[in-house]
Design a binder for this molecule. Structure first.
Ligand code: MN
Length: 353
């Protein structure tokens, strides 16, 4: 085998000897031979490609441990691993993009005149939670009030106290006047309060916990707080838009291109949560409300058994929020009711006052 000195190999790979020494120390690219007397490093020509790959993966921002893994794979597996890495980067960026959007929307609205002499809006709402047909108990909690819509889906032996503690901790938001303080601080306090309440209501282990998807009405907009696999949808002009992203292992596999949405519906681990309240900062979003908008917040007991097209039809059928909620719950139970099912429906209407 033809051996190159580190200088010659550096020239051929267009990497500096310093970079090559670093790759050696980090165990990313070991010299083919190290002279036992002089300590000089020698490289094989066949190592050029790997040296180049390491340099490019570092430029991509891939962590060293992951580069080591990629380099140990054959080409096809390495390609799949890079694709998965990049999908993860994009998903992480999407979360930050949403947070940036939330802040931009929040700060821009601060500088807009409030709609005083225009039409005032308010919510018509209904919430209901059902045990379903299979589970021995209901561990979901659903709540709706003039300012607060919330669904929490508890898991573990103390799942029921966990979900009810989370929602109970948000109830202070549901007063005629929003409590003093700006929306950002209110949401932060609410999330912290809910996290503490869940820990107090359970033994604080990973075994127990809850999802939380809540909408806070500010008078013209809805602020969303979301963590877990409960969902919020908006029905606007006949179109159904899901405004939450599931924090599940299966959803992250879809995001990474490892699984199709069709395969996901029958995946054995489809209910495995990636995040729950307390393990991560929740997703935050602000939505401008329009008269005629209809919001749905639901637990996975609805969305995992009733197809979205059917949810859209039921939401779009004329009826009051209570009629619609009961129709949705009945539909989940007609599909077998394998899980607790919770639904909150709220219509944005022009205020009667
Ligand atoms: Mn559930």
């Amino acid at each position: 085998m033809r051996m190159l000195t580190i200088g010659a190999f550096a020239k051929a790979s267009r990497l500096s000897p310093k970079a090559l020494r670093l790759y050696d120390e980090l165990d990313l690219l070991r010299p083919a031979r190290v002279d036992p007397d002089t300590g000089y490093r020698y490289y094989a020509l066949a190592q050029l490609e790997r040296a180049r790959l390491v340099a490019w993966l570092r430029r991509l921002g891939m962590p060293l441990a992951r580069i080591r893994e990629v380099c140990a794979l054959d080409s096809a597996a390495a390609a799949a691993e890079i694709r998965a890495y990049w999908a993860g980067v994009e998903a992480e960026t999407a979360v930050r993009r949403d947070l940036a959007g939330f802040l931009i929307e929040h700060l821009s609205s601060e500088s807009r005149p409030t709609r005083k002499d225009t039409t005032m809006l308010e919510l018509r709402y209904f919430a209901h939670s059902d045990r379903g047909l299979v589970r021995p108990a209901n561990q979901d909690t659903a709540y709706a009030g003039t300012r607060l819509l919330a669904v929490a889906d508890g898991f573990g032996p103390a799942g029921a106290p966990a979900s009810s503690a989370a929602v109970e901790a948000l109830r202070f938001l549901d007063s005629d006047e929003l409590p003093a303080g700006d929306v950002l601080n209110l949401l932060q306090d609410a999330v912290q309060g809910a996290t503490d309440a869940v820990r107090d209501a359970t033994d604080g282990t990973d075994e127990n916990g809850t999802t939380l998807t809540a909408l806070l009405w500010t008078g013209s907009r809805l602020a969303l707080v979301h963590v877990g696999d409960s969902r919020a949808y908006l029905l606007r002009n006949g179109g159904l838009f899901r405004i939450t992203h599931d924090h599940t292992v299966v959803q992250s596999m879809i995001d990474e291109g490892r699984l199709t949405p069709e395969e996901a519906t029958s995946h054995p681990q489809r209910t495995l949560l990636l995040k729950c309240l307390g393990t991560t900062a929740p997703d935050l979003r602000l939505h401008d409300a329009s008269p005629g908008d209809r919001y749905l917040v639901c637990s996975d007991g609805l969305s995992s058994v009733v197809p979205e097209a059917r949810i859209r039809d039921l939401l779009g059928t004329p009826g009051s929020p209570d009629e619609t909620v009961l129709a949705l719950v009945a539909e989940a139970n007609r599909a077998g009711g394998p899980d607790n099912v919770s639904c909150v429906v709220a219509d944005v209407v022009e205020s009667a006052a």
